[in-house]
Design a protein around this ligand. Structure first.
Ligand code: URA
Ligand code: URA
Length: 247
């Protein structure tokens, strides 16, 4: 008999449905456990949403995605810093919980705060084009920010706000465990690398964060203000594309 769905698993399935996952599969019980049943290699757990076809998740990836969903739930009620006071939505992160490529931005803007999703405004449109340019889709990657609540007037997040939110980002990186991280802009790069280097010195360089190869590039909003930054950004992203191809 199949055990009942745990509430956390039900949340996870809803979450994965939103993320574009369709039928989810877990490994069938070992043959020795049920010798009489010529079990199929995989057994559907649930059909979630109508669904773009995405590769089935391994049981281990489902466990990590489940923890991400739990973390998102905790963040939704977070009051660890003053940014919680002015927010409409916590913008936790979005995308494939088992992504091989993860982007880290700075913090939600007005449109992100309104929708509860990262990079859905003008900078997000440019980020989508950058993602397409390296032959990925937005559904394939994972996107998060340093701070999950909108700084008023889009000011830089203050150090105590970054510190208060840091645990969420560190845990997201540990759970998604991408092959490559991309830090978008100075705040993301300085936060992830723990330095105060200028963006112009960090961009185009590989670093390691939690052991994960990490490329720094300009923030898409900077590209909107200064189109001359598009070319170096494109060069940085080609490095990312080439690294992923070599994996
Ligand atoms: N800029 C960011 O850094 N993050 C977003 O989510 C949107 C704009
Ligand atoms: N920079 C560009 O110039 N084009 C892209 O598509 C992405 C980054």
């Amino acid at each position: 008999m199949r055990p009942p769905l745990q509430p956390a698993l039900a949340d996870l399935l809803a979450y994965l449905g939103e993320m574009g996952y369709g039928d989810l599969y877990v490994d069938a019980p070992r043959a020795a456990a049920r010798p009489q049943a010529p079990a199929p290699p995989q057994e559907p757990v649930a059909a979630v949403a109508a669904a773009t076809a995405v590769a089935p998740l391994s049981g281990e990836a489902v466990a990590r995605a489940s923890e991400l969903a739990t973390l998102a739930g905790a963040a939704a009620g977070c009051t660890r810093c003053r940014l919680s006071e002015g927010r409409t939505h916590v913008v936790f992160g979005t995308g494939n919980p088992a992504a091989e490529l993860m982007f880290v931005g700075e913090g939600p803007g007005a449109e992100e705060d309104r929708q509860g999703l990262p990079f859905v405004g003008a900078a997000g449109e440019l980020l989508n084009r950058i993602i397409q340019a390296i032959e990925k889709t937005r559904d394939e990657v994972y996107i998060a920010n340093v701070v999950k609540c909108r700084p008023p007037g889009n000011r830089d997040p203050q150090p105590d706000e970054v510190t208060a939110c840091r645990g969420y980002l560190d845990r997201q990186i540990a759970l998604v465990r991408p092959r490559v991280l991309v830090a978008l802009g100075r705040v993301a790069a300085q936060t992830l690398l723990g330095n105060d280097s200028p963006i112009g010195r960090m961009r185009g360089q590989w670093f390691r964060v939690q052991g994960i190869p990490t490329m720094v590039t300009y923030h898409p909003a900077a590209l909107l203000r200064n189109p001359a930054l598009k070319r170096p950004t494109w060069e940085d992203m080609q490095q990312v594309r080439d690294f992923l191809r070599s994996c």
